[in-house]
Write a new protein. Structure first.
Length: 125
């Protein structure tokens, strides 16, 4: 056997690279916030009055987060943000704590479903 095995280094490289690419996003060990653009603004402004867990365990659309911020501003003494800072916060929250995958609509009730085309006509009804 004089031929080298050219696929070997490639396979090795793939094996080394894959776990990095597949790993979850880095989170801040202190707060658990996903470390992506804007996270430091969120950490600085959203962990003052309560734990960051309140933030990380919540999820929803940009509207949901905006509603929460307005609610805290009106009733809980949360300060006003400069528009561009608020946009950074909302972008971050909507992107990384957006609507949950599992939050699908519930199944349709039976009476809203189409008739079963395979029904035999036998039995009740
Ligand atoms: C000035 C104080 C203050 C700051 C700053 C603050 N919050 Fe709050 N937040 C509160 C209070 C008070 C509550 C109610 C806590 C409770 O119910 O125990 C709350 C509740 C929440 C909740 C839970 C809402 C729910 O439905 O139960 C979330 C999510 C939240 N805040 C997110 C944020 C985010 C995001 C920021 C940064 C933009 C932030 N908070 C900054 C005071 C604050």
């Amino acid at each position: 056997m004089t031929h080298a095995l050219p696929w070997r280094p490639l396979a090795l490289a793939a094996a080394l690279l894959l776990p990095v690419g597949a790993s979850a996003q880095e989170t801040d060990p202190e707060t658990g916030l996903i470390q992506a653009e804007g996270w430091e603004v969120v950490k600085a402004n959203c962990t003052v009055c309560h734990s960051a867990r309140l933030v990380t365990q919540n999820s929803g659309s940009r509207n949901h987060w905006e509603y929460l911020i307005r609610w805290m501003q009106e009733t809980q003494g949360l300060w006003q943000f400069r528009p561009e800072m608020e946009a950074t916060i909302l972008d971050y929250l909507a992107e990384h704590y957006g609507p949950k995958e599992g939050a699908r609509r519930p199944p349709l009730p039976r009476h809203l479903m189409p008739d079963n085309p395979y029904a035999t006509g036998e039995g009740p009804g």
